[in-house]
Design a protein around this ligand. Structure first.
Ligand code: A3P
Ligand code: MG
Ligand code: MG
Ligand code: MG
Length: 353
């Protein structure tokens, strides 16, 4: 029996795992100051490198699918040094598990091909057909400070998320580890996890490092028996989410613990496995439109783990509008049983009802 989206899931997981090898290396070498003689930001190198590796895998396996990726190659065209540096990293990055690398395949031939691969990510998205969306490094600020970041990949079909994969190199493998802002040292044992979900099939986690083709373990959101014991997370960046409104909402809900501030979609993965309960992302401006690659994988992983994800208006995130979530405003993610209550208080505090 073949399960729906089994191949998409396997390729997406391996592609994310391989991309994480590159981002971890870039982080470590940057920390030692040896990545580059020029002053290209390590996040730039990591972004382009990871995106190229993922697109190359998608090109090999699903050549007809559209791709909406965060980064654009234009900057690279004008910078041969940076291009060569990234190409060198991409060429050398392979999964440790030889069988897994063989299965994933999808190489980049040369520097020209690198540009071609990156350009494949320029689709406008939309409501028709198969569209992959990629955030090669989500939480660039977290990546730079050695905090949380994620490699995010999702498949949309006719605007709905069907497969979501999040690689989180700096989260503990242990699903029972409590939600914490601080990170274990890079390379430390027990760090690095991949969250995955397929629509209708639940959500799982598996170690990022051990790589290969390991079975995932089923994850579930935690049951919130009383709000006093609940924990909520939000962005580290006060410019990305209104933290003072979030504090008022938490207080009104009766949440007693301070928020856990964490970069990237690691927040979605963390609440999906019950390490935390609620994720609030409250708009800081009327004009900013959330990007689909910042939410698609996380949205499905939380919903498949028993959660509900809406915007502050109570509407589901609509990934079929284009490259952004133009019709949504903010994000409220919580266990399905308490989402309604959380939304009510959000709307009260934001003056939306
Ligand atoms: N004004 C803003 N409001 C909300 N999100 C923003 C924003 N400016 C940038 N972002 C997005 O916030 C993402 C990080 O999420 P978080 O704040 O949860 O860590 C960034 O992803 P990248 O780091 O991939 O660029 C970026 O796309
Ligand atoms: Mg992002
Ligand atoms: Mg990014
Ligand atoms: Mg960005």
């Amino acid at each position: 029996m073949t399960t729906l989206y089994a191949r998409e899931l396997e390729i997406a997981q391996l592609a994310v795992q391989r991309a994480a090898i590159l981002t971890k290396r870039v982080f470590l070498e940057k920390a030692k100051g040896t990545v580059s003689k020029d002053d290209a930001s390590p996040v730039t190198i990591g972004d382009f490198g990871a995106q190229a590796l993922i697109i190359a895998a998608l090109r090999a396996h699903f050549p007809h699918d559209a791709i909406v990726a965060e980064e654009e190659a234009a900057q690279l065209r004008a910078d041969a040094g940076l291009r060569d540096l990234i190409w060198g990293l991409v060429r050398e990055t392979k999964l440790e598990d030889v069988a897994a690398e063989g299965l994933l395949g999808g190489g980049v031939r040369d520097v020209e091909d690198l540009m071609e691969v990156l350009d494949r990510g320029r689709s406008e998205g939309g409501r028709i057909g198969r569209v992959w969306t990629i955030d090669p490094i989500d939480g660039t600020k977290g990546f730079l400070r050695g905090g949380q970041y994620a490699i995010a990949l999702a498949l949309l079909e006719d605007g709905d998320v069907k497969v979501g994969v999040l690689g989180c190199p700096n989260l503990p493998v242990d699903d029972a580890a409590p939600l914490a802002a601080e990170v274990g040292a890079e390379g430390e044992d027990g760090m690095g996890v991949v969250f995955s979900a397929v629509v209708g099939q639940g959500a799982t986690s598996r170690p990022l490092g051990a790589g290969g083709l390991a079975e995932g373990k089923r994850i579930q959101m935690r049951e919130v028996k009383e709000m006093a014991g609940a924990s909520f997370c939000e962005s580290v960046e006060s410019g990305h989410s209104n933290q003072s409104e979030a504090a008022q909402i938490a207080q009104k809900l009766g949440i007693t613990k301070p928020s856990v501030r964490m970069d990237s979609q690691a927040k979605y993965g963390s609440i999906a496995r019950g390490a935390g309960d609620i994720y609030l992302r409250l708009p800081t401006s009327k004009t900013y439109q959330e990007k689909i690659w910042d939410h698609a994988a996380g949205d499905l992983i939380v919903r498949e783990a028993g959660g509900q994800v809406t915007d502050t208006k109570g509407q589901r995130l609509d990934f079929g509008v284009g490259r952004t979530l133009a019709s949504n405003s903010g994000v409220i993610a919580a266990p399905a049983a308490v989402h309604g209550r959380v939304l009510e208080v959000v709307q009260e505090v934001l003056g939306l009802n």
